[in-house]
Design a protein around this ligand. Structure first.
Ligand SMILES: [Zn+2]
Length: 79
């Protein structure tokens, strides 16, 4: 039973790290100063988010706020 719990935890950890690594390829837009910035995946772990808006601290102006993520792929058409 302990092994099963460990396996589930490992899968969850892999999913969380995988999501953070995918996000590190995105860029975030600071709504205070208008800078597009990216963050290393280690800084994207356990961040609050609503849809594509992430609660981050802007490295440019130091403002803490909701930053919309810009995906690297051009798949924004169709909406
Ligand atoms: Zn900023």
């Amino acid at each position: 039973m302990v092994i099963e719990v460990c396996v589930v935890l490992l899968i969850l950890a892999a999913l969380i790290v995988g999501q953070a690594r995918a996000l590190s390829r995105c860029r975030f837009w600071c709504q205070s100063c208008g800078t597009l910035f990216s963050l290393p995946w280690t800084k994207l772990l356990f961040r609050q988010h609503v849809n594509d808006e992430w609660r981050l601290t802007c490295p440019h102006c130091g403002c803490k706020g909701w930053c919309p993520a810009r995906r690297p792929r051009k798949k924004e058409d169709g909406r």
